[in-house]
Design a protein around this ligand. Structure first.
Ligand SMILES: C[S@@+](CC[C@H](N)C(=O)[O-])C[C@H]1O[C@@H](n2cnc3c(N)ncnc32)[C@H](O)[C@@H]1O
Length: 217
């Protein structure tokens, strides 16, 4: 099977998970995935080895976070190719997503996808999280594969309003990361910290999310 056939077949794979995660937004998310599969490698957005697992490991995995979002303003730090921010914007039209990404080429890609998919609930900001002018402005902040919690918390938590929430996608080593981030957790007054495991019984690779709230007081 050619690589292209593999990712095309993958778009039809895991139908139960895809339906559960994306529901009536499945066509839109497939369109985005096709665009990423076609252009992602030449634009340096994804490695060639990722193509066959683009759907399951990256798109469905990102979409699993959608139920954790609440209507309001959500920032996605380090969106890159659009993971998870653009996928979440497609899955949750009732949520406004601000995609925060410093790299020009990635910002151009994100803006093109927003226009092509006709998404009205997304804006793209070219900036590093620590420079973006959104201090205290967001209800929730997501991130995936940006950095370890001890460095990620100091650049994401300041963007949240009091009572706002971090929703950070993490790998299997999340418990160790939490231990190493204790100081940052205290410094940024994070409460209700927990690890949420998503997709059990639905997908092969579960998604782990570090969730925490900024203390209102
Ligand atoms: C490994 S990529 C991950 C991209 C995407 N989140 C994903 O899961 O595929 C890390 C991304 O974070 C961005 N990034 C790195 N430092 C950042 C910062 N301080 N603020 C915002 N984005 C940052 C990079 O430009 C890059 O696009």
């Amino acid at each position: 099977m050619t690589e292209r056939a593999e990712w095309r077949d993958a778009l039809e794979s895991e139908p139960a998970a895809a339906e559960a995660v994306f529901g009536d937004r499945l066509d839109e998310v497939r369109r985005f995935t096709e665009n990423l599969a076609r252009h992602g490698e030449e634009l340096g957005l994804i490695g060639p080895l990722e193509l066959p697992r683009l759907w399951s490991r990256h798109i469905v995995n990102s979409g699993l976070v959608a139920p954790l979002l609440r209507p309001g303003r959500v920032g996605d730090v380090g969106s890159g190719a659009g993971l998870p921010g653009l996928v979440l914007a497609i899955a949750r039209p009732d949520v406004h997503l601000t995609l925060i990404e410093p790299m020009e080429r990635r910002v151009a890609w994100l803006e093109r996808q927003v226009a092509e998919l006709g998404l009205e609930n997304v804006d793209v900001v070219r900036a590093r999280a620590e420079d973006v002018r959104l201090t205290g402005a967001l209800d929730q902040v997501t991130a995936r594969a940006v950095s370890a919690l001890r460095t990620l918390i100091p650049i994401t938590a300041p963007l949240l309003r009091a009572g706002g929430e971090l929703v950070l996608m993490k790998g299997a080593g999340v418990d160790g990361e939490i231990g190493a981030a204790e100081k940052a957790i205290r410094r940024f007054r994070l409460t209700d910290t927990e690890v949420v495991v998503l997709g059990e019984g639905l997908v092969d690779e579960v998604t782990r999310v570090f969730r925490a709230r900024v203390s209102p007081a």
